[in-house]
Design a protein around this ligand. Structure first.
Ligand code: SAM
Length: 408
């Protein structure tokens, strides 16, 4: 029956997959918090790179290590220009026509198939089944951007990571950028695993159980695999080793925490029973027309004895997170905002002022649901902004992000 075949083709294409939104790998937090935060860390350097490329009339070349279903492409295409006027329709930092080559590499054939079904018909985009640790870069023209995002390097030993970053530093030209991340060693999601033992690399037994959030039986049947948890000092040690091995051909530009309270395992609470389901709630903030109970967003951080620096970061972030949420709730109800919990950091001044403006505007709107479609998404962005302003790159997030530049 041709109609059955037609629907099956559509299903197999991957394009029929339900949009992420509240659940799944491509949920709202992934798109509007995590991808955008990575993009914001990258943007100042990427804008410079793109300006140089334009001046030399060259295209952009990207290598995505552990590309999954071509996820780096989505991340890059979502990065918008810092100075883009509101009136402009096309605000992408990388104009689509500038992408000379995107080469994705992964060992998972199912994910590569999904990638090909989405992007496979474009000449400048290729996906290769290969192990990133054996991939021979010498046959490729140098890339401008090397990505290994969302924990790909946490599959590696530190020795493998030093080797791969050294090979990249040897292969790339001056000015190329390398964006990677590991799982953060001190994410609140796995507080029960925190240790002071820096003599040994720490690996956690990870499971992708968030795909069955709330269904313990299905979660229990899932496979576990080891992932390397990384603290700031350990990432810096890897950096120094690569520097030494490559004659200083690499410079660290950014080391930052991503997803301190919105990582995947906040909702499963599998490795920390104190975790409130903040990812679910922030997904709801970003979802148009879905109103969220803002009281549920308030965090009661439970400190871990013996980790003063880590607790101090989380306590400060908690204080300002809660303050911003309470100020928004008060503003919605037309009440006076609460007292500030201490000296106001610059980033809190900015987000509080932004929310004040949004609340004022929302109160004037008469069409649609301004609370769910304007106030709440803006609150989501402001919480993200707060994280970016307060984080210290200690390994206190689901991801510890490192951005390097090649200097030759
Ligand atoms: C956590 S996922 C990240 C996927 C993707 N980069 C993203 O942005 O969502 C890690 C990916 O690395 C791939 N991977 C792990 N070890 C690898 C290796 N040695 N060589 C190639 N790919 C690998 C996995 O198959 C998986 O797709």
């Amino acid at each position: 029956m041709s109609e059955k075949d037609a629907y099956n083709e559509a299903l197999r294409s991957g394009q029929y997959a339900k949009p992420g939104g509240l659940l799944g790998k491509y949920d709202n937090v992934r798109r509007f918090w995590e991808d955008e935060e990575l993009g914001l860390y990258l943007r100042p350097y990427l804008e410079e790179l793109i300006a140089r490329k334009k001046k030399n009339a060259e295209g952009l070349r990207v290598l995505d290590l552990g590309c999954g279903s071509g996820d780096g492409l989505e991340l890059l295409s979502g990065i918008t220009r810092r100075d883009a006027p509101v009136s402009e329709h096309d605000s992408a930092v990388i104009p689509a026509a500038m992408l000379e080559r995107y080469q994705g590499i992964d060992i998972n054939q199912g994910l590569l198939e999904q990638a090909r079904s989405i992007y496979g018909d474009r000449e400048n985009i290729a996906f290769t089944d290969a192990d990133i640790n054996n991939y021979d870069l010498s046959g490729d023209v140098p890339y401008d951007l090397y990505l290994a995002n969302y924990g790909t390097l946490s599959h590696n030993s530190d020795e493998q990571t030093v080797a791969i970053l050294s090979r990249i530093a040897g292969h790339a030209k001056d000015g190329a950028l390398v964006l990677v991340d590991w799982l953060g060693r001190f994410s609140y999601e796995w507080q029960t695993l925190w240790t002071h033992d820096f003599e040994h690399n720490q690996w956690m037994n990870y499971t992708i159980s968030y795909i069955y959030a709330g269904d313990r039986q299905k979660q229990a049947a899932l496979t576990y695999f080891p992932l390397r948890l990384m603290a700031r000092a350990e990432a810096l040690d890897i950096y120094q080793r690569v520097k030494a091995e490559t004659g200083d051909a690499i410079t660290l530009r950014q080391l930052a925490d991503r997803s301190s309270f919105v990582g995947r395992h906040m909702d499963t609470a599998q490795y920390n029973p104190h975790c409130p389901p903040l990812r679910r709630l922030v997904n709801s903030l970003f979802e148009p027309n879905a109103a969220t109970d803002l009281d549920e967003l308030l965090i009661r951080y439970v400190p871990m004895e013996g980790f003063p620096e880590i607790n101090a970061y989380y306590e400060k972030f908690t204080d300002w997170w809660n303050h911003l949420v309470m100020a928004t709730t008060a503003g919605l109800a037309g009440k006076t905002p609460p007292e500030a919990p201490g000296e106001i950091p610059d980033t809190a001044v900015e987000v509080l002022s932004n929310m004040k403006g949004v609340l004022k505007l929302a109160a004037m709107l008469k069409i649609g649901n301004p609370r769910a479609s304007l106030v709440e998404p803006q609150l989501g962005y402001c919480l993200r902004e707060l994280e970016m302003g307060l984080q210290q790159g200690l390994g206190c997030g689901h991801g510890l992000v490192a951005l390097f530049e090649i200097v030759k």
